[in-house]
Each structure stands twice: as C-alpha cells, then as structure tokens.
Design a protein around this ligand. Structure first.
Ligand code: NAD
Length: 512
C-alpha cells in the first residue's frame, strides 16, 4: 500500500464537499441536502456530496435524452473503444479507487482492489461484445423474402445501486449499456456517495479526450426519492435496480405502472449443502469465506449451511474452531479477516436478528456481539456468529445483512434441496459433494431453484463472464456476462421482400 486515504482521495478528485449531480464534465448546482459520508472503518467524516434537487434532476434527464440521439449513431465498436479506454483509466486508478471503496464501504483492501478488477474485466468483456451484439436470421415461409432480427440501442438507462458493491455494480450496467448505445444515469447508494464522484471523474477524463457527448455518463446522488424520480420517469425506458427486496418491490411497482422495463437484482438467502460425500477441507473453506467475507454483506453471502447428519458434528466443530481464529478489525490491514458493518443501523439489525434466533429456539454455537474499545471506535464492528436453527424459523427465512451463519441438519438429499429452495429468495446456492448423482440432481430441474448453482465452490464470488442474478424475490434480473446485454437493447424483427409479388403470410388470400 503505497499511499494513504488522503492521497487516494486527492488523486481521484474527491473533495471535502462535492457537487453530487453531473452530466459528464459538468457538475450541476443543486439545493439538495448535504449527504455526509462517514467511514465505517474509523467513524471519521470522509467528505460530503450534495443531493440532487428536482431541477438538477430534470436538467440531467434532458441532457441524457439529447445525448442518446447522438451516441446511438456512433458505431458500436467505436463505443467499445471508449469503454476500452475507461478500462485503461481504471487500471491507472485501481489502487486509489480500491482504497476508497475499502474505506468508504468497509470491505478489505484486497476486496476493494478486487471490485475495481471486476470493473476492468467487465470493460474488456464489453469491448469484445461491441463487435457482436448479434441477432439471428430466420427462414421466411414466403418466397423471395428474408427475415432477421437486429438489436438497437434502447435509450437512457437508470442505474440504482446498493452500498455493498459501490462501484462494480454500476460498471456491470454502464459498460454494457454504453457499448449497446445507451446513455446512463447513475443513482448511487447514499451510504457510499464518494465512490460515485471518483468513478465519474475517471470516466470524464476519458470521455472528454474521446469527444463523447455530454450526458452519456450522468450521476444523480440522493436517497430513495431520487430513485423514485428515475423509476417514474418515462424518458428512462430501463431501470436497473440493485438492493433490498423492499426497494425492488417499490421500484417494480413504479416502473411497471408506466410499462417501463425493470431489471431487478435483489436480496439472497443463500445456502451451501454439504453432503456426506463432500471434501470437507473445501467445504469448510468455502463456507467460511462465504459467511464472514465482506462481514456478511454480499448479496451472495452464505447464510445457511445445510449439512448431512454423518458429517454434521465434524463440520460444526471445525467451523467453530475456524471462527475462533478470525481476526476482526480495520479492513485496510491485510492481517484482518473481518471488517465493519456499513453503519450503526446495520449493527442494530444484526443484534435484533440474534435476539430473534434465540427467541425462536436457535442454539448459539459462536456468540456474536458488538466490539468496542481501541480500533473499534466507529461502533460498526461485530463478531461473526453461528447458530443451530430450523429452516422454518421466521428469522432464517429473511436476509440479515450481517455475518450470522445458520447450521441446519439433514438426512437425505431431496430433503436438503427442499430446504435450500424453501425460502422466498433465489440468488445463489452450492453443493459440496464428490458424488456425481448428488451433483447432477442438484443441477437438474428438480434441483436448486436459484439463478446461480455451484458445485464445490461457495455461494459468493461470481465471475463476470456468466449472467448474474436470481429468481423469486431476488427479482429475476440478469446482469454482466452471457447474453445479459440484450436487456439494454430493443429487438426489431425485419422482413424484406425482394421479389415482384406480395404473398401474404399464413397463405391468406386477399384480392380485389
Ligand atoms: P437498499 O435497498 O437499502 O438500497 C439500494 C438502493 O436503492 C440505494 O441506492 C437506495 O437509495 C435505493 N432505494 C431505496 N429505496 C428506494 C425506493 N423506494 N425507490 C427507489 N430507490 C430506492 O439496499 P442496500 O442496503 O444499499 O444494499 C443491500 C441489499 O442489496 C441486500 O439486500 C443485498 O442482497 C442487495 N444486493 C443485491 C445484489 C444482487 O445483485 N442481487 C447485489 C448487491 C446487493
């Protein structure tokens, strides 16, 4: 680590007080409230950002709508070249941006760097995509006719993001949207506003050099109200929203009311099934990182461990032992495994959840608790906990965004899959097994009902090449790799008659 947080902030152009609304190179004045960003690492004020007011919001939408008319005419590989250069700029700023992510959000520095790496990876993916964006051709039933489909840019995209991936989730959306010919309006989490200022500054450097129209990359800081302006806005055909189920339901209602397109990436309640045929070394390592990594604040965090009765006691004692060795503290110090929760409200939710576990009859195996004293001044550091529970407990059915791991025992694999699926969320799932039969059953139509189903890997840490997202209350959206780009475009089916007659489809005769 070559430099401190102050150097990181100044190299990213983040000031003590920042305007929070931008259409690209221009930062707009707004009378909105000042959002202060305190670090969960040490409780100190890092900086502040002005929220968008309605006037500034309207200016942004007008600018982005105009910019779309220009940007959609740029050849897609040329847009790809712009995104390639954004990737280069991110390589240049990887260390300061990784540090800011770590300090503002509270994840470890290596995870902060990993998040920026993910942004770089999605840039590379998008560059390749910019020479594809391909449709299909079909055979027409009519002679001398040709049929095909093509994908056109959709329009301005609203991107609402959560605090826990303060930069990567925006880039999954923005990089694909840009090569697809869309413009973007980003509404970052009000808990991590400074990350958005840094990203916008990095993008501006490239966009200005490349002559990208003002309005292709916009930021509107603020809370739920600004998210609702976007959701209700008929100028914004697609709203990509990442966050809690509660937020997703509110956004879905507003977007659907106007028949807009919602892309929802919501909460998970992810489980690992450990069967009697598992390699327990792999299983324990996967479960440990999945449960305590990012202090349990990933949408793919392992929340439930469904363990076969033959290996249950061994898994339990090895996990309890491993938890005893975790070091909790400043995430910028590479010696620590677990950093803070995002804020004191999250700490309260963690404490409430532990109380509910006990009330419902759960047995605590590793005690939780809030840490205080030197190094824990922010009040956001908590101990990762483990509890033995039943899958049906109300608290187990919910996503608590904190490091609480639930242990559940099973005796046959169908029962285990039933429990894994027996929650409202459907994001990520895993099976740890050396049995081909168990593995294939888990991956079959009778198996996991999640958007992500892994074998001998934990639930967290997806790669960008696959489509990312989940079913049921997780919202059904898919982002990032595979053909997730299609949601950012509109499909058009074209039929061309190159003959000298006009036969009708379905053999219909119509003559005067
Ligand atoms: P949150 O729902 O509190 O906020 C997310 C974003 O939505 C913020 O920008 C917020 O301002 C905005 N928002 C809140 N209410 C809104 C409303 N009514 N209308 C419009 N916008 C609104 O979530 P959070 O605490 O920031 O993040 C944690 C949650 O995000 C967890 O549930 C986690 O699982 C989920 N998450 C999901 C994914 C995924 O890809 N599936 C990824 C990361 C996080």
């Amino acid at each position: 680590q070559k430099f401190g947080i102050q150097e990181a902030l100044s190299s990213l152009g983040v000031k003590k007080k920042n305007p929070g609304v931008s259409t690209g190179s221009k930062w707009l004045k707004s009378t909105g409230a000042l959002i202060e960003s305190f670090s969960p690492v040490d409780g100190k004020l890092i900086g502040a950002v002005y929220e968008a007011d309605e006037k500034a919001y309207r200016q942004v939408v007008e600018k982005t709508t105009q910019a779309f008319k220009e940007w959609r005419k740029w050849p897609a590989p040329k847009r790809g070249e712009v995104v390639r250069q954004v990737g280069e700029a991110l390589r240049k700023y990887k260390e300061p941006l990784g540090k800011l992510v770590s300090y503002e959000m509270g994840k470890s520095y290596t995870e902060g760097l990993g998040e920026v790496q993910e942004m770089i990876d999605i840039c590379d993916f998008a560059v390749g995509l910019s020479r594809q964006l391909h449709g299909l051709t079909m055979h027409s039933e009519r002679p001398q006719h040709r049929m095909y489909e093509q994908w056109h840019p959709l329009g301005p995209v609203g991107i609402i993001t959560a605090f826990n991936f303060p930069v990567a989730v925006w880039s999954w959306n923005a990089m694909l949207a840009w090569v697809c010919g869309d413009t973007c309006v980003w509404k970052p989490s009000e808990k991590t506003p400074l990350c958005s200022i840094a990203c916008q500054n990095i993008v501006n450097e490239v966009f200005e050099r490349m002559g990208v129209p003002e309005g292709v990359s916009c930021v509107v800081n603020g809370g739920a109200q600004v998210g609702q302006w976007l959701s209700a806005d008929e100028n914004i055909p697609l709203i990509s929203a990442t966050g809690s189920v509660r937020m997703g339901k509110a956004v879905a209602r507003t977007v659907s009311e106007r028949l807009g397109r919602p892309l929802l990436e919501l909460g998970g309640n992810n489980a690992i099934i450990i069967t009697a045929n598992a390699d327990l070394d792999i299983a324990i390592r996967g479960a440990l990182f999945g449960a305590v990594g990012t202090a349990g604040q990933r949408c793919t965090t392992t929340r439930r461990l469904i363990v076969h009765e033959n290996v249950y006691e061994e898994v339990k004692s090895r996990l309890v032992n491993a938890y005893g060795k975790l070091s909790i503290g400043n995430p910028l110090d590479p010696a620590n495994h677990v950093g803070p929760l995002i804020d004191k409200q999250a700490v309260k939710m963690y404490e409430d959840a532990l109380r509910k576990v006990k009330k419902e009859g759960g047995r605590i195996l590793v005690q939780g608790g809030v840490l205080s004293g030197k190094g824990y001044e922010s009040g956001c550091y908590v101990k990762p906990a483990i509890a033995e529970v039943e899958n049906e407990y109300e608290i187990v059915q919910q996503e608590t965004f904190a490091p609480i791991l639930y242990l559940i025992r099973f005796s046959d694999i169908e029962e285990a899959i039933g429990m894994q699926n027996g929650v409202k969320q459907g994001l990520s799932s895993s099976i740890m097994t050396g049995s081909m039969r168990e593995m294939e059953l888990f991956l079959s139509a009778d198996g996991s009902d999640c958007g992500i189903a892994n074998v001998n890997i934990g639930t967290s840490g997806a790669e960008i090449g696959g489509a990312f997202g989940g079913e049921k209350e997780t919202g059904g959206g898919r982002e990032s790799g595979s053909d997730a780009w299609k949601v950012y475009m509109r499909r058009q089916t074209n039929t061309i008659n190159y003959g000298d007659t006009l036969p009708l489809a379905q053999g219909i005769k119509f003559a005067i």
